[in-house]
Design a protein around this ligand. Structure first.
Ligand SMILES: N[C@@H](CCC(=O)N[C@@H](CS)C(=O)NCC(=O)O)C(=O)O
Length: 210
């Protein structure tokens, strides 16, 4: 059963909000989707900036609350529907590792990948929020190597985040691929809900081309 009020999801096809769309598909819950069009720049319209002053997606609104930032959005949704089992509970020993990896994504992985792709001189390891690019990649590779899913045996929202993120960063050549990483990405993307979300997003992007 969906909680009332419905969650409103602000989405643009082929963007960072694709992972959130996939999470909704994995959860199998109802929500309202508000589609933005990057081609015409509707994310910068005053109406949307009044909702999310960053003019970015993903964003969700639930009641009076606005939630932005992919990991926060995904953690919020996975916790909102605990019966779906996509977030370790507060007393689960995996809760700490789950939080660690969700936050690591936004505070270490993305900055490391963006700095590298822009060929920016990184800050000294001791002051950089992520240490060095290779340190981050080594941790990511080790995590991919340790089991079927990001936290081991169990599929969670962490797989939606990391599977979609590795899919596009490896796809754009920003993250060096390893055989285990390829297999992990394929495993996540082959799930029926993930594949459905990708298909729907492709159709939405095509509709915006017209
Ligand atoms: N830190 C944000 C980044 C979100 C982000 O940069 N989204 C891009 C899409 S990939 C966006 O909305 N860009 C539109 C714009 O800035 O005009 C997160 O992780 O959610």
């Amino acid at each position: 059963m969906s909680p009332t009020p419905y969650v409103t999801f602000f989405h643009a096809p082929h963007s960072r909000s694709g992972g959130t769309r996939a999470l909704f598909e994995e959860l199998g819950v109802d929500y309202d989707m508000h589609v933005l069009n990057f081609k015409t720049g509707t994310q910068r319209d005053p109406e949307y900036l009044a909702i999310n002053p960053m003019g970015k997606v993903p964003a969700i609104r639930h009641g009076e609350a606005l939630i932005t930032e992919q990991p926060a959005v995904m953690m919020y949704l996975a916790d909102l529907y605990p019966e779906k089992g996509l977030a370790p509970s507060l007393t689960d020993p995996l809760r700490g590792p789950y939080l660690r990896w969700m936050v690591f994504y936004g505070s270490c992985f993305e900055p490391a990948v963006v700095d590298r792709s822009m060929k920016r001189e990184p800050a000294a390891k001791s002051t950089s929020p992520y240490g060095g690019f290779e340190d981050v990649m080594a941790l990511v590779r080790a995590q991919v190597d340790q089991g079927e899913w990001w936290l081991g045996d169990r599929f969670t929202a962490a797989d939606v985040l990391w599977g979609t993120a590795l899919n596009w960063t490896v796809g754009f050549g920003l993250v060096p691929e390893t055989p285990a990483m390829r297999a992990y990405i394929d495993r996540v993307m082959a799930r029926p809900a993930m594949a459905r979300a990708a298909q729907k997003d492709k159709a939405l992007a095509a509709s915006q081309e017209g």
